[in-house]
Ligand binder design. Structure first.
Ligand code: ADP
Ligand code: MG
Length: 261
């Protein structure tokens, strides 16, 4: 399994990669009605780095990650993905989304489509990939996450861990430069957690940029380059992974780590 995903192709779209950071968030604020969900967020993520975001429930982690692919709109500030600014223009959103794959806590597979169709659907729709080629790509990624034998089944017929691995394969089919994970293992039984984390670990080693909201601190310590701690809509601490765990600066992060470690 260690060799899986070692061959994520580098997408050919952007000549600016290597110059701009993969993700640049500057002065971002987000409100839900009168509720201030993100407060002046500044964060730069370098290409090919693995960043883990953690923090208590309700601290704005999902909101932040959802703003990066415009599932939520930020109200002020700028978000750039590989040098492309995420504005409200549909064409810009489309260009940015093309760079991103997203995996959710709740899998979000299409229930009425087989595993294979879940994977080929976006390829055919978004990229216009011919059916036969799409199937070949889908099968290759399903094999890489060890669920190829489930290709003809419907999501409901799979375990949570299998569904999540399908969701990862589906995202990878579009060959994103950046993967966003929002608590991908929180809904899984302990055995499935390990299988999904191993896939993510292998993916991390493949040279993709990853932003993971997770409370799997073992994973964070092993895999993350940098860790971010959020509370009440703010980034409280952001540090290289080693320093984050061994010498947290803020009392709030110390207390959080005491709880989760
Ligand atoms: P986390 O992922 O860290 O648990 P979220 O980003 O989901 O936090 O939520 C941050 C805060 O914003 C929470 O107080 C939550 O209740 C609120 N919130 C999230 N989504 C919405 C929404 N669609 N409408 C109103 N409030 C929301
Ligand atoms: Mg969340």
């Amino acid at each position: 399994m260690s060799a899986i995903l070692s061959t994520i192709p580098s997408a050919g779209i952007d000549s600016h990669v290597g110059v701009a950071p993969a993700i640049s968030i500057s002065g971002v604020n987000k409100f839900y009605g009168g509720f201030h969900a993100l407060r002046d967020i500044n964060l730069e993520i370098e290409s090919k780095k693995i960043v883990v975001i953690c923090g208590p429930s309700g601290s704005g982690k999902s909101t932040l990650i959802r703003c990066i692919n415009h599932l939520e709109q930020h109200d002020s500030g700028q978000i750039h993905v590989n040098g492309l600014e995420l504005t409200r223009r549909a064409a810009d959103v489309e260009k940015v989304r093309r760079q991103l794959g997203m995996v959710f806590q709740s899998f979000n597979l299409f229930p009425h489509m087989t595993v294979l169709d879940n994977c080929t659907f976006a390829l055919k729709l978004a990229l216009g990939t011919p059916a036969k080629a799409a199937e070949g790509i889908a099968r290759a990624y399903l094999e890489k996450v060890n669920v190829l034998e489930q290709a003809g089944k419907y999501p409901m017929q799979l375990s949570g861990g299998q569904q999540q691995r399908v969701a990862i394969a589906r995202a990878l089919c579009l060959e994103p430069r950046i993967m966003l994970f929002d608590e991908p293992t929180s809904a899984l039984d302990p055995e499935s957690v390990g299988a999904v984390l191993r896939i993510m670990e292998s993916l991390a080693a493949s040279g993709i940029t990853m932003v993971c909201v997770t409370h799997e601190m073992g994973f964070a310590r092993r895999v993350a380059d940098r860790c971010v701690f959020m509370e009440k809509g703010e980034i409280v601490e952001h540090a290289p992974a080693e320093r984050f765990f061994t010498s947290p600066k803020s009392e709030r992060l110390k207390a959080f780590l005491d709880q989760v470690l």
